[in-house]
Design a protein around this ligand. Structure first.
Ligand code: PHE
Length: 342
């Protein structure tokens, strides 16, 4: 049989088969079998080379016609059967809708700053305004104005982190802001002072060369030790819970007289004694006292007319107690998995 006959026979067979195809998938496989790149039409067009001249032209054109006719019959049949032509792969990257979405981690406050903010808020409700002061201080504000002369033994533990000479240093407590506040404002004053402080302590589970304090200062006519006790007792109850009891123990600070350490009943055992409070039932949270008249003299307040109290507490210590964090160094390691727990 000639190539022309074979092409015509292919056409007849293909048209019959496609017309009888049951579904779109069957149509597509017939398309591939007859006119696909590896289909039967390929074997026939390969034989074009055997022909010559006019015959070759006629057969070539017929091969094209057969291919187009079968293709369009396939298209028509596929759409009649409700199918579509195989989709061309979409350009660009494919999108897998079953993949989990992108997570945008939400930040949160560091436990130390969260505690610090809550302490400040608790005093704010009692009328204390928050003020701040410089971390780089003069030795005058850090020591002398607070009645800590150069040769005073209580200065030993803090006398460090000088910046060059003997004038500038990293403050060892927030108490110099008492001095700065009173020098810039006339009484009455009622402020709390959150901030960083620095001490030459070697880091261990409970010491860090940098930590945070909240200082408090209240000065007016007629402020007494009863006010100190009242304000700090209200603070303890609001901050640690209404059942909290307070205990004031005599102490010493050069800038307050009298002075007291303040303990709260253990927030874990309620005072019965546990491992957190060392079985004692009490936890020390701050130092306090009535502002020393010599401090009033240094800042130009009339010590005959005004009295006041001051206190200072360590924020890390309170945050560690609340969250039962066993080692202060965990707070500055920036381990997000640790910090994300609180
Ligand atoms: N500044 C003291 C300290 O760092 C705490 C304190 C503040 C004590 C105010 C009394 C009054 O230990």
């Amino acid at each position: 049989m000639s190539l022309i006959d074979d092409l015509n026979a292919l056409r007849t067979e293909a048209e019959a088969a496609v017309s009888a195809a049951a579904d779109a998938a069957a149509c597509e496989s017939l398309r591939a079998r007859y006119v696909g790149r590896k289909g039967r039409i390929r074997d026939l067009t390969a034989r074009l080379g055997e022909l010559s001249g006019a015959e070759k032209g006629t057969a070539g054109k017929l091969a094209n016609d057969v291919k187009n006719a079968v293709e369009s019959l396939c298209d028509a049949r596929v759409s009649a059967l409700g199918g579509t032509k195989p989709a061309v792969a979409p350009a660009g990257p494919r999108f897998d809708v079953t993949l989990p979405g992108t997570r945008f981690p939400v930040g949160r406050r560091h436990p130390v700053y969260e505690t610090l903010a809550e302490i400040v808020q608790t005093f704010a409700r009692m009328g204390f305004a928050a003020v701040t002061g410089p971390e780089i201080e003069t030795s005058y504000h850090n020591f002398e104005a607070l009645n800590i002369p150069a040769d005073h033994p209580s200065r030993d533990g803090f006398d460090t982190f000088y910046l060059g000479g003997s004038t500038w240093l990293l403050r060892s407590h927030t108490s110099p802001v008492q001095v700065r506040t009173m020098k810039s404002l006339p009484p009455p004053v009622r402020v709390v002072v959150p901030g960083k402080v620095f001490r030459p302590d070697t880091a261990d589970a409970s010491h860090s060369p940098m930590f945070h304090q909240v200082e408090g200062l209240m000065v007016d006519e007629g402020v007494s030790f009863a006010d100190l006790k009242g304000v700090l007792t209200v603070f303890a109850r609001q901050f640690f819970g209404p059942e909290t009891r307070t205990r004031f123990r005599p102490s010493f600070f050069p800038f307050t007289e009298p002075s007291a350490e303040v303990d709260v009943s253990c927030i874990f055992c309620g005072g019965k004694g546990c491992s957190v409070c060392g079985q004692g039932g009490w936890i020390e949270i701050l130092g306090s006292g009535m502002v020393h008249p010599r401090v009033f003299e240094k800042v130009g307040y009339d010590a005959e007319r005004y009295t006041g109290f001051a206190f200072g507490m360590g924020v890390e210590r309170i945050a560690m107690l609340r969250h039962r964090i066993p080692d202060i160094r965990l707070l500055t390691e920036n381990n997000v998995r640790f910090l994300g727990q609180f």
